[in-house]
Design a protein. Structure first.
Length: 149
């Protein structure tokens, strides 16, 4: 768990605890004490955001992830390079290479097939969320640009 999510979870836990404590406060009035008929003053809980040392939760952009991890071999425009094939090739349409094939190739690498570029090594340092974002980006671009024969 990262520092930012830990800080956020702690802040939420403190807030929830304060709300529950305020809502479930014990009735300390004595029988016959009429001062208990007035509601107690409102209780508020102050929740502060994580300090500047905490990193904000960043949801990656699929296009940026593609440029960082994929473009060198598969081209900035997804049309391939001398190091890797075009992601717009009909070979990569979802009925032939589904999203599971992308996940496996990114995580584990893949042996050369269909092409002559050599084996694809696993992509080092990419998170599961980044993998999902890059696959979504590729699929969106395939739909937008169409497939090449």
């Amino acid at each position: 768990m990262t520092g930012s999510t830990t800080g956020l979870r702690i802040a939420v836990a403190i807030f929830v605890t304060c709300v529950i404590t305020a809502a479930c406060g014990a009735d300390t009035s004595e029988a016959g004490d009429t001062s208990a008929t007035e509601p107690p003053p409102a209780q508020t809980a102050e929740v502060t955001a994580p300090t500047s040392t905490a990193t904000a939760l960043v949801i990656p952009d699929g296009a940026a992830v593609y440029q960082q991890y994929c473009a060198e071999c598969h081209g900035v425009d997804l049309r391939g390079t001398d190091k890797g094939p075009s992601q717009l090739s009909i070979i990569y349409e979802p009925n032939h290479h589904g999203d599971f094939a992308y996940r496996a190739a990114i995580r584990e690498g893949t042996r050369e097939h269909h092409w002559w570029f050599g084996d694809m090594p696993p992509v080092e340092g990419i998170s599961d969320l980044e993998i999902e974002k890059v696959i979504s980006f590729i699929r969106t671009e395939q739909e937008r640009l169409g497939f090449e024969q």
